[in-house]
Design a protein around this ligand. Structure first.
Ligand code: TMP
Ligand code: MG
Length: 289
């Protein structure tokens, strides 16, 4: 934390108005899902499609090559968002075009997710269940693939009614074959436009002036830009990769930075104290983090 006092004050203020005034906005890939497991990278929603059921070997090779070219750019601390933006559009556009050529079948997506080593962060069940129990809306805002994302949370039994998703959704033809992607493309650095176009209209979020925001990219910080009348925002950033190079940048941008933390322990802790005033009184603010 760069400003511990500000964090404590924000949490205190949020606590005063309770879970009825809270909304959670979270990124998905590498924020709600793990970055790595047992030394291996965990697939993002795009990479879950890397299954012979859905795409051929040649397409896999091309998508991997694009990942190796553009992912280092996405996380490069020396480049500005403006410099990255057109390159991200290029990456997503190329990958989506390749996917559309593959005639991906909707009815095979669930099996591909089941067969993938996809993994939500440790503590995910408590995170999703707790927010649902407290009727706190959870908006998942992802530049990944919405259909795959839904299947991941469904198969983990946490696709509760309080969950809304904004993402890139596949458009299937009448035979169930991928023909296009719906709506405006969402990539890592245009979430602000998505927020203004979609999140601002979600009625369940109206009147909830406290926002907990979770992300793993500086682009994720704009996910709450569609929320009107925000009183308090607490942002938590997962710093998964290029840690030393990006630490300063993250500390200057997120209220709390979690370094190589594969769990949702801190967000869970926050959600717990949000409705348990007694917890703070007993333990004192110092023991919070
Ligand atoms: P997110 O908004 O849910 O984090 O999803 C975006 C992530 O997806 C971003 O960090 C890069 C990643 N990605 C891939 O892993 N493979 C791809 O082919 C593309 C286009 C993005
Ligand atoms: Mg992410």
């Amino acid at each position: 934390m760069r400003e511990r006092c500000r964090v404590e004050e924000t949490i205190y203020n949020m606590q005063q108005t309770g879970p009825e005034n809270l909304q959670v906005i979270s990124d998905f890939d590498m924020t709600l899902t793990r970055f790595a497991y047992k030394g291996k990278r965990v697939p993002t929603t795009h990479n879950i499609l890397d299954n012979r059921l859905l795409i051929d070997e040649n397409c896999t090779k091309k998508i991997k090559k694009l990942l190796n070219t553009y992912y280092p750019i996405e996380i490069d601390a020396r480049l500005s968002t403006e410099e990255k933006l057109p390159l991200m559009v290029e990456w997503w556009t190329k990958v989506h075009k390749l996917l559309m050529e593959q005639k991906i079948r909707k009815d095979l997506l669930a099996q591909a997710v089941r067969e993938s080593p996809s993994k939500l962060r440790e503590g995910y069940k408590m995170f999703f269940d707790h927010l649902a129990e407290q009727n706190v809306p959870l908006l998942i805002f992802s530049a990944g693939i919405g259909d795959v994302l839904e299947e991941v949370i469904r198969q983990n039994h946490v696709f509760h009614p309080n969950v809304n998703i904004i993402s890139n959704y596949m458009d299937f033809d009448h035979t169930g074959v991928l023909q296009a992607f719906k709506g405006q493309l969402i990539h890592t650095f245009n979430k602000r436009e998505g927020a203004l176009a979609h999140a601002a209209h979600l009625t369940e979020l109206k009147g909830r002036q406290n926002v907990l925001l979770l992300g793993d990219s500086l682009g994720d910080l704009t996910m709450a830009d569609g929320v009107s009348n925000v009183q308090n925002t607490l942002t938590i950033g997962f710093l998964n990769d290029q840690v030393e190079e990006r630490k300063e940048l993250f500390l200057n941008s997120f209220d709390i930075v979690l370094v190589k933390d594969e769990t949702l322990e801190i967000p869970n802790f926050y959600c717990t104290v949000m409705h348990k005033t007694a917890y703070l009184e007993t333990h004192g603010m110092e023991t919070l983090f």
